[in-house]
Design a protein around this ligand. Structure first.
Ligand SMILES: [Zn+2]
Length: 143
């Protein structure tokens, strides 16, 4: 896995994280299987909400988070789930897990039986359970 962290000066400190800490979170949630050629981009930008996309066929996960987002925070995602993130690491763990779900479904369809790329609920169900299993204290309310 190749990780790119792009953030303006001071932005990582403000989120109480670092490039190394981001790498640690991504390694924990990604595991070891089939990620040798996966590229993960984490951008910290002056935006108001996080966004992420998985280009599974290209082996690219692209995520952006907001500068100065206060943690702990409770926020709604674009699918209507209300998430509570105690810290940036837990937020990153959930979003990365969701995108890894799409990545795995594409590259290891036998691991994700019945996968439907339009079914974002399944991605969130997986992300919540996986992030919690990895030790992140995230919570969510489904719509
Ligand atoms: Zn998704």
């Amino acid at each position: 896995m190749y990780i790119v962290v792009d953030a303006p000066p001071g932005a990582l400190d403000a989120l109480h994280t670092s490039a190394a800490a981001i790498g640690d979170v991504l390694k924990v949630v990604a595991g070891n299987k089939g990620i040798a050629h996966l590229v993960v981009v984490v951008r910290i930008l002056p935006c108001t909400r996080w966004r992420a996309v998985c280009h599974a066929e290209d082996g690219l996960i692209d995520m952006r988070f907001a500068t100065g987002m206060p943690y702990p925070c409770t926020a709604m995602d674009i699918y209507g789930w209300k998430w509570t993130f105690p810290d940036f690491a837990s937020h990153l763990a959930v979003v990365a897990s969701h995108e890894l779900y799409h990545y795995r479904a594409h590259h290891f369809p036998q691991d994700v039986p019945g996968y439907d790329p339009r079914d974002e609920t399944a991605g969130n169900v997986y992300a919540l359970a996986h992030a919690q299993q990895c030790g992140f204290q995230v919570q969510a309310q489904r719509p």
